[in-house]
Design a protein. Structure first.
Length: 170
């Protein structure tokens, strides 16, 4: 693995840890609010049609969003993909197992930078200029909400993009 790839992987793991720590606050909020904030207006293909602040559990495959700040992520801002945005949810999958296992989750999220990335972007992660992060269940959401969903997110470290990164081949 070259130095660039190693640094990117460390950044991905660091981002994931920040997201995981932030999402741990969601379980407390969701116990009060139910499933979190509302959803965005969507067309018949489930694509966001207007910029909206949504509950994090309403984030869907194909959504384009702004980056999140702070340590507790309970809501996020989504926008139509034809508007400038920071991130795009490009792949998601469900985890298996009855018990929460952070080590197993850490292994599974490698799928985000594997074949799923190559298929969506058009080049392998190690050859790409794009970054990957992900959102995973926390122990609290795993236990209290049966949360098993991992969402893989692509972004361009150079700045905002307009349109989907699907097939970007960079």
């Amino acid at each position: 693995m070259n130095d660039r790839a190693l640094l990117r992987r460390v950044a991905v793991v660091g981002s994931a840890l920040v997201l995981a720590a932030g999402l741990s606050g969601c379980s407390v909020l969701n116990s009060v609010l139910g499933s979190g904030g509302g959803d965005a207006p969507r067309d018949d293909k489930s694509k966001v049609t207007a910029s909206s602040n949504i509950g994090i559990f309403n984030l869907k495959l194909g959504d384009c969003k702004m980056s999140d700040t702070g340590t507790t992520i309970s809501e996020t801002d989504v926008v139509p993909c034809d508007k400038p945005h920071d991130e795009e949810v490009f792949y998601e999958f469900k985890l298996e197992g009855a018990e929460y296992d952070s080590a197993a989750i850490d292994t599974e999220v490698e799928k985000c930078a594997g074949d799923a990335f190559t298929t969506f972007i058009g080049v392998a992660y190690d050859a790409s200029s794009l970054d990957v992060s992900y959102m995973t269940p926390t122990k609290d959401t795993w236990d209290s909400m049966n949360d098993r969903l991992v969402q893989c997110i692509v972004s361009d470290p150079a700045g905002q993009t307009t349109g989907s990164l699907k097939g970007a081949a960079r």
